[in-house]
Write a protein of this length. Structure first.
Length: 661
């Protein structure tokens, strides 16, 4: 807009000299350049200047430049708000790599899809009149840290799963786009308080067949306006008109008009806090969006980890089922040999065969459960359900290492079996609760955990901020109840020309001939039914926002307290299952020996093997559940940190100790 305004101003500055020259030396110019030539040149000059300015303004900026400008503006706002909201900045982009992991798997594994849109926006065929030839970019750039397929098997670690989800999950991308759109909305609100330029070029043509007269009128105008923070609106404009009679006797008339105006609210709608309220709210909405996204990332990371653990739990259950199935096949074979040797009844052989068949059923069921859980996990990462991937089974021992460490510490504190005093059966039973010495590092005091959550939960900060928003809304609604007093002033000079005024004399702005006017409007607060209702509703909304805060605060306290209870419960279950596995393994060994010696029945062996399978699955589930409980507690306390790649950083026991001190 600035190039156009500068061009018009230069043209206007030169115009008085042309008008003056025209009045004094018109005859000489007519003799030199011919009748009407001088005016036709002015017409051409006007059209050239205005057309060139319009081209500079609009024709030279492509849609790609507008998009790039919007991206720069939004990302700058997001970086600023990240620093204000979080005290740090991180990389942020809504542009996804052209070669996403999802697309790479679909192409390399030749997965079926319904249309080219299944491969991403960059795979679409541009439709007619598509504004940007090279957007979306069709590069081969892939997402950072994308897993690489080796030896035909693609295994994903937990870290890789978190990174893949951060780039491919649909909800994750939508949350980032919501922040971006909020930033653009804020820029639009800021634009209301910037200098707003406008310009227009117009050509009129008229031909009268009765008189064979032809007239044209060319006009251009440019203006600037701005709304100030106190509510005042200031505007200025300049217009240039040139009317021409193209048939004899010819003629041309130039008109230049300039005007300026100001509007100032003095009562209702005045004051910085009232005028800038939409801008203030837009600023805060971006902050809320950033907080919400941070909270979403924490919940999302725990959700990915829980689902990942769930699949590995199914893998372990499948492995246990396979081992149990093989063991029962061997038991059935052994029973057959013993029966053939006359050392076992035929009915016990049938029991062994029946258990073998049940084991096969459990094995097939465990296989299908694993495949179902894996297929359900893939869309959570943003991958197609038929994509061929595997989860790294080594992660189960790595992820549950803290759980196994707790078991070792617990068993070391326990007295050996032979040192434990065996009480008489009729002795008084004294029930003892969980030993505090067995507690894990995250099992902290409830009050400390609650205070930490109230200080660090970002969604709670958003709700606290919205209470303040509701208070401001009450102030704005109360302001609307008053009378409105507005002062309007304007100044104008010069005049305009149009078709039918080609034979009139030129006119241009003169400061000694300026029209000044002012209007003072008072709108009495007589009819304020809508405003009255709005004010009352704002008070209701304030009370609702306070209740929402109280409700969320209670919910956070409940979540944290229950998370600590669950952590204690899962810890005790972990110890119980560890002991159960030891007992079950000892039982299987003993029954096997007794069966060989003819002192046990096949039913005893089959029951002991089922008990071992159940104990093994229970131990794995307990170890997984304890780790999930630890992550959920950190999530509910708001202390789990997740970066832009989707990777988390856990709350350290040292930090917890500092809080407790």
């Amino acid at each position: 807009m600035k190039p156009l305004l500068a061009s018009v101003i230069l043209w206007v500055q030169a115009m008085p000299e042309w008008v003056k020259m025209s009045s004094k030396t018109g005859d000489n110019l007519s003799r030199i350049v011919g009748p009407g030539r001088f005016y036709r040149d002015k017409t051409k000059l006007l059209l050239v200047v205005l057309a060139a300015s319009a081209l500079v303004l609009s024709g030279c900026r492509t849609p790609a430049q507008f998009r790039t400008d919007a991206d720069k503006t939004a990302l700058k706002i997001i970086e600023q708000k990240q620093q204000e909201a979080l005290g740090r900045t991180s990389d942020f982009s809504i542009e996804r790599p052209a070669e996403t992991f999802r697309k790479r798997l679909m192409v390399s594994q030749k997965l079926p899809y319904s249309s080219e849109a299944s491969l991403g926006t960059d795979a679409l065929t541009p439709i007619e009149h598509w504004p940007e030839k090279d957007y979306p970019p069709r590069s081969t750039a892939s997402e950072p840290n994308a897993p690489v397929q080796t030896n035909g098997v693609l295994k994903l670690s937990l870290v890789q799963a978190l990174q893949v989800a951060a780039y491919n999950n649909f909800d994750y991308q939508t949350e980032k786009e919501n922040i971006f759109k909020m930033a653009l909305s804020l820029d639009l609100e800021r634009n209301n308080f910037r200098n707003i330029f406008n310009a227009q070029v117009q050509n009129q043509f008229k031909h009268d067949t009765a008189t064979d007269a032809t007239e044209t009128a060319n006009s251009g105008d440019a203006g600037i306006s701005r709304t100030l923070a106190n509510g005042a609106s200031v505007a200025g404009a300049i217009a240039i008109d040139l009317a021409n009679l193209l048939t004899a006797p010819g003629g041309s008339s130039l008109g230049i008009a300039a005007d300026a105006s100001v509007s100032i609210p003095l009562l209702r709608g005045s004051g910085r806090h009232i005028v800038t309220e939409p801008l203030t709210q837009a600023e805060r909405d971006v902050t809320y969006a950033i907080w919400d996204f941070e909270q979403f990332r924490k919940e999302f990371a725990v959700k990915i980890a829980s689902a990942y653990f769930g699949v590995l739990r199914q893998v372990d259950a499948l492995s246990n089922s396979e081992e149990n199935y093989g063991s029962l096949i061997r038991s059935a074979r052994r029973s057959r040999r013993l029966a053939d040797a006359g050392r076992l009844q035929e009915i016990q052989v049938d029991q062994a065969v029946q258990n073998e068949l049940r084991a096969r059923q459990r094995w097939i069921g465990a296989t299908q459960s694993y495949k179902r859980s894996l297929d359900s996990f893939k869309p959570l990462l943003g991958l197609a359900p038929d994509a061929e991937i595997e989860l790294d089974q080594k992660e189960l021992s790595i992820l549950t290492k803290p759980s196994w460490k707790l078991i070792e510490q617990h068993l070391q504190r326990q007295k050996p079996q032979n040192e434990q005093k065996v009480l008489p059966a009729d002795a008084t039973v004294k029930l003892t609760g969980p030993d505090p010495c067995d507690a894990g590092p995250l099992e902290i005091d409830k009050q400390v955990a609650v205070k930490t959550a109230l200080a660090d939960r970002l969604d709670l900060r958003s709700v606290v901020g919205k209470v303040y928003d509701a208070q401001r809304a009450v102030v704005v609604a109360a302001d609307a109840l008053g009378a409105e007093l507005t002062l309007f002033g304007s100044a104008s000079s010069g005049g305009s020309r149009s078709i039918g005024s080609a034979d009139e004399s030129d006119i241009h702005p003169r400061f000694d001939k300026t029209a000044l006017s002012s209007v003072l409007t008072l709108d009495l607060a007589v009819e304020r039914t809508k405003e009255r209702n709005d004010y009352r509703n704002s008070l209701i909304d304030l009370d609702r926002s306070v209740r929402s805060l109280q409700q969320l605060e209670d919910q956070v306290k409940l979540l944290v307290r229950n998370a600590l209870r669950k952590l204690l419960e899962e810890r005790e279950n972990l110890y119980i299952q560890a002991k159960s596995v030891g007992v079950a393994e000892k039982r299987v060994k003993s029954v096997t020996l007794f069966l060989e010696a003819g002192r046990a029945q096949m039913r005893d062996l089959l029951e002991s093997q089922d008990a071992l399978l159940s104990a093994q699955n229970g131990l794995t589930s307990a170890a997984v559940d304890y780790r999930i409980a630890e992550l959920e507690l950190q999530r509910d306390m708001g202390v789990l940190t997740v970066n832009e790649k989707g990777l988390w950083k856990e709350y350290s026991p040292e930090a917890i100790s500092d809080v407790q001190k």
